[in-house]
Structures are given as C-alpha cells and as structure tokens.
Design a protein around this ligand. Sequence first.
Ligand code: HEC
Length: 450
Amino acid sequence: MYHSKIILIQILFFLLFIGCKNDQLTFNEDIAPIVHKKCSICHHDGGAGPFELINYQDFKKRIDMIEFVIQKNYMPPWPADPNYRHFAQEKCLKKLDKEKILNWIKYGAVEGDSTINFPTITKENISAKPDLIVSLDNEFITNGENKDQFLMMKFPFELKKDTFIRKIEFIPDNRQIVHHVNAHLITYENDNKQNIFGGDKIVDTELFSDKEAFEKLDILNDQDQYPRLTPSVSNYLPGSEQFDYPKGIGVIKANKKNVILVNDFHYAPSPYKEKDQSYFKIYFSEIPPKRVIRETQLGTFGISDIIPPLIIPANEIKKFTTKAIITDDISILTINPHMHLLGKTFLAFAVTLQDDTIPLIKIDNWNFRWQYFYTFKKMLKIPAGSEIIVEATYDNTSKNPDNPFNPPQLISERKNFNGRGSMKTSNEMLQFIINYLEYQEGDENIILGN
Ligand code: HEC
C-alpha cells in the first residue's frame, strides 16, 4: 500500500515535470535543432519546398498549417513505414520529436533566446564544393503546354587525365518543375571518340526510340560501338540526397572523355514556358574503385514477371506480385520502389532458405511525388537462395484522388512504341530497383549514410 502511494506520487511529479517542460519549450532552444534537420533541408531558398522554414518568424507565420501537416504525417514527406524498416537519413520525425513540436505549438509557440545564431541554410551550402561542375551550355525552355516532358540529355566533359570519381550529384535549377532525373556515366575507353561534344544535347523520348535518340545524341564511339556505361550514377527526386558511400565503394574510373547521359529527365507540367539549367557536381576520389555497385530490378523491364499481368480494370483495387530468387550472397545498399499514380501500397521483403523474413520496405500510403531511393542504415545481407517478394496494390477507383481519369479507365503496363516504359499518366509500372554489392564478410557492420 505504502509502496503504491510512493509510485503514485512519483508519477504525479513526473507528469508535473513533463507539464513544466512542455510549456517551457522554445523554438530557439528546443525546436530549431529538430526542424533544421527535418524541414529546412527542403524548405530553404531555392529548395524543393514552396517557402522557407528556418527561423522563428517563418514558423510562426504558418503555425496552424504546420501543426496540421505534422499531425497528419503529411510533412516531412516520408512514405516508408519506420516501424517496418529504418533507413539512413530518414526524413520522418521521431515520435518524441513530433510530440515536442506539437506541444511547443500547443503551449503558445514561444520564441526563446533570440541571440542564438543558427547556421545559414542556402542552396549553396547544403551540399559540398565539387571538383568539377558539368552543365549544358544553354538554358532549356519547357514547352509551357501544361504537359509532362520526358527528355534524354547529354552532358559531355573532358578531363586532363584518367580520374576516379566518387560521386556525381544532380543539382536542380528550377526546382518547381524538375521532377526526376536518372543519369548514367559513359566513358570512352582509349579516347575512342574524337568529338564528344557533337550531336544534339537534348532529345524528346516520346518522339524517338532509344536507338534513334542515341544516334541523335551521337553517343556511339568512332567504331560505331556502344561505349562503357555505368548505370544510375545519379538519381534525383525532390528531397533526395546523393549518398556518400564508404570509401572506395561506388567509385568509378573515368577516362579523359566522358558523357553524363540522362536517359530520363522528367519536367512536371507547367502552363508557362519555364527556364531550367540544372547541372551536375562531380567529386573526384583519390582511392581507386574497390567494389562495384550493381543494379537489378524486379517487375516492369526487370528480371521477374508481374503476376497477374499489370492490367488494372476501372473501378477496381487490385493486387500484384513479383518475385525473384537471389543466387549469390549480396549486400543491399539502396532500394527504390516505383509505381505511378494508381499506386496505393507497396511491400517488399526477402524470405531466406531457412524461412526467415527480412523486411525491406513497407509503404501503406503510396505517394507518386515522393519516390525516394531508400538507403539502408547498414549494408543488408541477403543470403543466396533467398526470394525477394514484392506485393503492390493499385487503386483505380474514383476514390483515388490521384486517378488521372474521371471516370476511371482500364490502365495497364502498356509499353509505348519504342518499348520503353512510358511515364505517361495513362500507363502504370511496378518496379523494384536494388543497388547491391557482392557480399563480403563483415558487410552487415558497415554503416551507410554521411
Ligand atoms: C523532402 C522535402 C521536404 C521536407 C523534408 C519537408 N517539406 Fe514541407 N513541403 C515540401 C514540398 C515540395 C511542399 C509543397 C507541397 C507538396 O508538394 O506536397 C511542401 C509543403 C509544405 C507545407 C504546405 C502544405 C500545403 O498543403 O500547402 C507545409 C506547412 C510544410 N511543407 C511544412 C513542413 C514542415 C513543418 C516540415 C518539417 C517538419 C517539412 N515541411 C518538411 C517539401 C518538404
């Protein structure tokens, strides 16, 4: 009896203590350190967010909206379920941090000590100083027809000598319209191309096949062969950051003559002719390549069929599966789930030969806008013989606010005439991209992320 009284008093004190703490929360002392990490990375001048969220005034001005978007988990955008799998540089708020911000708002959103100096957050200092910048000569001007534009682009660059490259980072210029970018590095061995600067720099992929586009861009070497290509050296989506993998991993050897080939440059629709001169930052490496990153993909254009075939009748919510067996031990670095506008849920996991399940990713509320490349906190070993299983549902009813058709129409994985997966809103895709290494002893202890 006596004992439980003490506990009761202790609980009371604890609640009192929390109460005091909550109404003493201030922006400058308690909230700024959280939101600078979780909001300002996008909400700064020139960032992906539509307005700045850095100092007290920025937050105070929009306090009701901020309370709403945090409560609803609408911001920060992070579709992956953190209870299923944590990733490096997770954008979602930790449960305690979320409560802290909401309590700070509830207790009057106090500013606190205004003499504290914050680091300035600008588009210049949010990423590092590169060794080289590669840009197109001229600004690109979009068609202003309020339609998506899908382009292939060529960014040629010459180096004085063969060089190791550790990172190629895409820097969007006009962040309101640059939707996504997937880039490869072409390097011409033995300088077997006279002029890498010839040909078109930009080709509309809705109009030309890959082969025609390559001809227009003048990509082949002087012997008319395809040059060496390292896939997916740079991927961009709003909010994504290019990762620094541990030393030597993912380093690429570049010869003197190189081209960054963007095979998918997607501009979002705008009713105005918009200007853009996005560019790449290149970082050299003193260390030669140690281990090569490989890429594989399940589903559309990948190594595994989709079952049943990806056809989604109007007014239906339908589930699809795609599976592949991993033949060697691998260490996964990064994964990317991909669907279009009808996507609703996405689940991926591996099942080992011993019947153990290794969770990969779970998205309960698919959002077309936020398709991150998710990097694991540590390299993730998948033992040989495991099966990777992807389950995805699509909502082709009028209840899906992203449905491009009203009334809904049958939508399928139609391939456009050149056999590429069309990104057109009338098509769907189910893709799971995996970046991995051949497994080495101890990989599971290697921490990824910066
Ligand atoms: C990964 C980038 C990113 C991060 C991180 C991010 N935002 Fe946003 N935010 C956006 C974008 C882009 C929009 C524009 C609306 C949209 O596209 O959904 C937006 C819109 C908003 C809006 C307006 C919502 C509306 O309906 O108009 C608020 C408020 C907001 N963000 C607050 C926050 C807060 C608070 C945080 C941190 C806790 C945060 N955001 C983190 C990118 C981001």
